[in-house]
Write a protein that binds this ligand. Structure first.
Ligand SMILES: [Zn+2]
Length: 370
């Protein structure tokens, strides 16, 4: 989920100067700052985001322009994108120019990212669709993270934009985004000599790599129902950026306990018959969390999960299942937008029918998209 730096920028400006343009570059302090304009193709190119290259196909998906570098759009991928894009939170601003289904992540970023933002564009790769049991939910989460980067770019300090356009700075720095600067006031990041350090905790391990990632992860966690895992300052930063309370932002989200860790299961663990009946022809995603081995008794856990889901605006309840193999609670919750979350807690600390299990309670949410 790295953000790309337009290394070509300096080169482009040199080329322009060689073309005979007599550019008198004023001191940055003398300039009236230039507003960034995501619709200005030429300006975007100068800021390191040219129109995406090698595009083979184009589709409109849930109101987004999706460009493809693959030979043809894959119907399964399009269906996952449609679900993820049509369930983005209303409260999240969104100025994405293109979503690009790119063929090669390594041409853009190092490692094997889920998705990447470059200026106003978001690149998705084969890995973006790789979660077997939760393809739409995990793509939605990745897109929320990248949309935050697009907003950081769209809110770059106009003086930084001016310096980039005039060549007195050569690298787009999202840390020079006004919304990132605002968030660091709450989250405890500070800069000295170009190095950012954090006083206190980050939103998670990836967030600890810098203030732009920390902000993107905090927002993704709030919308993913993981607000209880965030430090208070991060919650305040998200609320003040989006202008509304975390409890409103988390409406409809599953509730993720503070000590929960997402686990990627190899196969479905839930009550498949019931889920098939509830889902009908709708797509669904399964997300699972392991809880602490010192979690309270499953009946107490069931109460905690129920009240967490109700705080997020879902209605429903959990009931103890009559299952001699494992202590289990299950129930259906209905979200404000009609999305159903089938919820199960399976306590492997009390599972005479299982051997070699994880020995912790597992919380499973099946999100049935409407
Ligand atoms: Zn990122």
């Amino acid at each position: 989920m790295a953000v790309l730096k337009p290394l070509l920028l300096a080169l482009l400006l040199v080329t322009a100067a060689c073309g005979g343009l007599d550019l008198a570059v004023p001191e940055p302090g003398e300039l009236s700052p230039t507003a960034i304009n995501l619709q200005d193709t030429q300006q975007m190119e100068l800021l390191g985001s040219p129109e995406p290259a090698n595009i083979v196909w184009q589709r409109s998906v849930a109101g987004f322009t999706v460009l493809g570098q693959t030979a043809a759009p894959d119907p399964t991928e399009l269906a996952i994108m449609e679900t993820a894009l049509s369930h983005l939170p209303d409260a999240l601003p969104n100025r994405v120019r293109y979503i690009v289904r790119a063929v090669d992540a390594t041409a853009l970023v190092s490692g094997n990212p889920f998705a990447a933002a470059q200026g106003p564009d978001i690149y998705v790769f084969e890995t973006s669709f790789s979660r077997k049991l939760s393809p739409a939910f995990s793509l939605r989460r990745a897109l929320i993270h990248e949309i935050v980067h697009v907003e950081q770019f769209a809110e770059l300090d106009p003086y930084h934009v001016t310096n980039l356009l005039t060549g007195s700075e050569s690298q787009v720095l999202l840390t020079k985004s006004l919304i990132v600067r605002d968030s660091t006031e709450e989250t405890g990041w500070s800069e000295a000599g170009g190095v950012w350090t954090l006083r206190g905790s980050a939103s998670n391990e990836y967030g600890a790599t810098g203030p732009t990632e920390d902000m993107a992860e905090a927002v993704a966690k709030v919308f993913g129902g993981e607000a209880d895992q965030l430090p208070a300052g991060h919650l305040k930063a998200v609320e003040s950026w989006l202008g509304t309370s975390v409890s409103r932002l988390a409406r409809g989200a599953p509730w993720v306990p503070q000590d929960a860790e997402e686990v990627e299961l190899q196969s479905d663990l839930h009550d498949q018959e019931t889920v098939a009946r509830l889902a009908g022809a709708n797509q669904y995603d399964a997300i699972s969390f392991s809880l602490s081995p010192t979690s309270p008794d499953i009946a107490v856990l069931a109460d905690l999960v129920t009240s967490g889901l109700r705080r997020n605006g879902l209605t429903g309840s959990l009931n103890r299942a009559d299952d001699p193999a494992i202590a289990r609670y299950a129930g259906e919750f209905l979200g404000p937008d009609g999305t159903t979350i089938w919820t199960e807690i399976r306590d492997f600390r009390d599972a005479p029918g299982f051997t070699g299990g994880p020995d912790v309670p597992v919380l499973i949410y099946i999100i049935i998209w409407r």
